[in-house]
Write a protein that binds this ligand. Sequence first.
Ligand code: PLP
Length: 395
Amino acid sequence: MKLSTRAATTEPFHALAFGQQAAALEAQGHHVVRLSIGEPDVGAPPDVLAAMRDVMDGRPLPYTPALGLPQLRAAIAADYRARHGVEVDPARVAVTSGASAALLLVLAATVDPGDDVLLADPSYPCNRQLVSTFGGRALTLPTGPDQRYQLSVGALRDAWTDRTSAVMVASPSNPTGTSVPAAELAAICAEAARRDAWRIVDEIYLDLADPAPDGTAARTVLTADPDAVVVGSFSKFFGMTGWRLGWAVLPAELVAPVERLAQNYFIAASTPVQHAALACFTPASLALCEERRVEFTRRRRLVLDGLADLGLPVPVEPDGAFYVYVDVSGTGLDAWEFCARALAGHHVALTPGRDFSDATAATHVRLSYAASAAELTEGLRRIGALLAEVGAGSP
Ligand SMILES: Cc1ncc(COP(=O)(O)O)c(C=O)c1O
């Protein structure tokens, strides 16, 4: 029997190999400091847990409409108004099984074979795979520290082809934790709109971005481009990775196509989880998640200072999410080898750049600071031991 070309050519998460090795070490009784994981070390807020228990009282839990529970679509729209100052029609909100399903649906609705989609290198790896799944070509544009590892309008213009149908941006980004400055993002969207291309902006880390100096929350792209496609998630800010719930804010013309695709691909997102997620927007849940965001910024400082002491450069300080993208080229080790030796010899798990990038695959490593301060301190100590072993870093 034959596999589809898609199944045969879709790349795995290379980092999973390290995850499996970390699990094997733990099974042998070792303490592995896991700084490789893209998920918060805290769970859903207590109000959400209580709401989940309430809904699991034996009542029937039928499918919701394909685009989601109407109350949840309204709550997401209301939250955009309350915390981000933008009006979003609840009819434009599609609730999905994580941002992953939102990305799949949006790309299914917009990519045809032969289309080109522009993305930054480095960026979240699944997007490239999804674009290919629908027959498109993911054109990854190498970026550098001067652009905060993000697309710029100039790079976009240079790379534009007559088949470019969409631009994808994640701000803040995984693996770098860096955002596109608001004015640049507005210019990118304006340029793409002028050329009649979709703007797909992944904002799943937006609520984990630093506020502006005047204290106002990081701005959603919708303030500049109301017709951008925006992807959001309950996974990161609300600490609900395993609950699998996210959403997309769609331009009006995409609502019916995405609804048809969602009906066919998923029927709907999980009903109990959608009910429970309503409690994400209670004042107590929002206050707790905001406290957690502030705690992440403390951990970021700890990690940045620790890496600086070790002499390991972080070319661009992140301004959100919980990742730092570390340049290990000065150690004499290739990034993959750096991660392999850190795990095997020192029991600290990191993610090699290869998952996110061609341009920085050999030189960069992603460290996730979604771990306790004690774990981060121990992880830094172990990285220091690796550097001492290879004769690199600060004396
Ligand atoms: C940039 C980015 N987009 C999307 C996702 C998928 O998130 P979800 O858990 O909501 O499916 C991730 C997960 O790490 C991510 O980093």
